[in-house]
Design a protein around this ligand. Structure first.
Ligand code: G1P
Ligand code: ZN
Length: 542
């Protein structure tokens, strides 16, 4: 049945982001969800009779949108929908299901690490047949169509019972409610040495995994506690809740501070980890240490061959531009390719598909490999466990040895959240002006070697991404990067990424913020953050 609807324009949707992310009340406007989903379907060709994977992180409004998507998929001519039981699918599990079933694509409902609830965040993202986020060519088309859409297609059908695993029919389309964990857990068993990790736990190794009342709870209970034999209680907050228990499901040192306090405390566990709302991010800590995501990527890359899935070695490593260069040193030593891409997982897709890289990572707690086309929080945790089981050393020793071998990249990200869009724009304009004439100048004793506005040409498909952040490189090998967040739902967030390389092991135990002190001051001098925003400190330091 065709229903004609009034247009809901998406004026403020940033084209190029891989999905639509807004507050729940915006999604609740009449026909808003329908218009976006129809815009997605209208942007695609050739899906008649094909399979669509649908699932989400269980946040508020997930259940309502899933039923709408199922009805619209039927009306638009999909042949089959695979949907996670109770509407649950982690982002990496959805990516795997798309690939495993040869699906045409998938719709993932999540606002990642942002809070959930009636007044909080929601999101809809479209993934393509390789299991990864839609590239800009697709999202641009979706955006363009959303500007002029004047009808959507749906059918009159009762809600599908998502609690029951099994097959049903919606207006001629098959709906298969699947166990969200089973296929994903099987994939993890292929990649990692579960026997070795089981022996590790049997030997008394202690771990805490905080699922933050988000999507990884069921996955972690099954994999860590049931299949790997970690004691019951290893998984905290394992029940997905629509409001994540009122917390931010963001595994960083602010929202998962308790894990940091645990590993630094009097009776610390050997290992602690967490994942975000939709299960693609990871936080990794060991007794006495927080492993920065940039370091984690480098350590995982250097040791991946210890896991069965990577025993043949890596084809290459890719990291996002703001991620530290720690992984570059590993790639150099291994004699493999290193790719520096713009922020956002979608840029890794072509490299992974072409077999040019095996492992990818972002400084924002995202790590993953060619096993899916999204970053994968539990995958990172399991690779760490596999490495710990083989090396039989504490996390702290492994990281220290890594720094001794490769040098240490002191690294930190300073976020200024909740700026007005004007302030964000003013700061970037200031940086832009400075970058133009920065060569040869000096800030807080750091001489500028070169500076630019990062552009990327995809080596596989030739697509170009401009204005991906300002980079200032200094003579001493340090670097500062400035960019505005592209994922926020209101105002502007400025991200300042600070990095300094230290080869001397005697200096490796320094406090990160202290080691970066003069660079932090240089960043303010370049961008005028205090002056233009009135802020005296970042909102979040990672
Ligand atoms: C942030 C992270 C980025 C990540 C994205 C989606 O984007 O910085 O690395 O890919 O979330 O999880 P940003 O808000 O910085 O644009
Ligand atoms: Zn996420």
């Amino acid at each position: 049945m065709t229903r004609t609807v009034s247009t809901t324009p998406y004026d403020d949707q940033r084209p190029g982001t891989s999905g639509l992310r807004k507050k729940v009340p915006q999604f609740q406007q009449t026909n808003y969800v329908e218009n976006f989903v129809q815009s997605v379907f209208d942007s695609l060709e050739g899906f008649r009779g094909k399979t669509l994977v649908v699932g989400g992180d269980g946040r508020y409004f997930n259940d309502v949108v899933i039923q709408k998507v199922i009805r619209m998929a039927a009306a638009n001519g999909f042949g089959r929908v695979h949907v996670g039981q109770n509407g649950i699918l982690s982002t990496p599990a959805a990516s795997h299901l798309i690939r495993k079933n040869g699906a045409f694509g998938g719709i993932v409902l999540s606002a990642s690490h942002n809070p959930g609830g009636p007044k909080e965040d929601f999101g809809i993202k479209y993934n393509v047949s390789n299991g990864g986020p839609a590239p800009a060519s697709v999202t641009d088309r979706i955006f363009a169509i959303s500007q002029t859409i004047d009808r959507y297609l749906t059918v009159d059908a009762p809600d599908v019972d998502l609690a029951r695993i099994g097959t049903s029919n919606v207006a001629g389309m098959t709906v298969e409610v699947v166990d969200p964990v089973a296929d994903y857990a099987a994939l993890m068993e292929e990649l990692f040495d579960f026997q070795a990790v089981r022996a590790l736990f049997a030997g008394g190794f202690s771990m805490v995994f905080d699922a933050m009342h988000a999507v990884t709870g069921p996955y972690a209970h099954e994999i860590l506690e049931r299949r790997l034999g970690a004691p019951m209680g290893t998984v905290l907050n394992g029940k997905p809740l629509p409001d994540f228990g009122g917390h931010h499901p963001d595994p960083n040192l602010v929202h998962a501070r308790h894990l940091y306090d645990m590993v630094m405390g009097v009776t610390p566990p050997d290992f602690a980890a967490a994942s975000d709302g939709d299960g693609d991010r990871n936080l990794v800590l060991g007794r006495g240490i927080f492993v920065s995501p940039s370091d984690s990527l480098a350590v995982l890359a250097a040791n991946a061959h210890l896991a069965p899935g990577y025993s043949a070695g890596l084809a290459g490593i890719a990291r996002s531009m703001p991620t530290s260069a720690a992984a570059d040193r590993v790639a150099e030593k291994l004699g493999i390719e290193l790719h520096e891409t713009p922020t956002g997982w979608k840029f890794f897709g072509t490299l992974l598909d072409a077999g040019r890289v095996t492992i990818c990572g972002e400084e924002s707690a995202g790590t993953g490999s060619n096993h899916v086309r999204e970053k994968d929080g539990l995958w990172a945790v399991l690779l760490w466990l596999n490495i710990l089981a083989v090396r039989k050393q504490p996390v702290l020793d492994i990281v220290r040895e890594h720094w001794t071998e490769f040098g240490r990249n002191f690294y930190s990200r300073h976020d200024y959240e909740g700026l007005t869009e004007e302030t964000g724009a003013a700061i970037m304009a200031r940086v832009d002006g400075q970058v133009a004439g920065a060569g040869g100048r000096s800030f807080q004793g750091h001489g500028v070697a070169r500076a630019d506005d990062f552009s990327y040409i995809d080596p596989i498909d030739g697509s170009v991404a401009n204005h991906q952040g300002y980079r200032v490189f200094f003579d001493d090998g340090s670097r500062i990067v400035f960019r505005l967040s592209g994922t926020g739902t209101s105002g502007a967030t400025l991200r300042v990424y600070l990095e300094r390389f230290e080869a001397n092991p005697a200096e490796h135990d320094r406090d990160t913020q202290e080691a970066l002190e003069t660079l932090i001051a240089a960043a303010d001098e370049i961008a005028g953050i205090r002056e233009l925003s009135g802020r005296t400190a970042p909102t979040i330091i990672t």
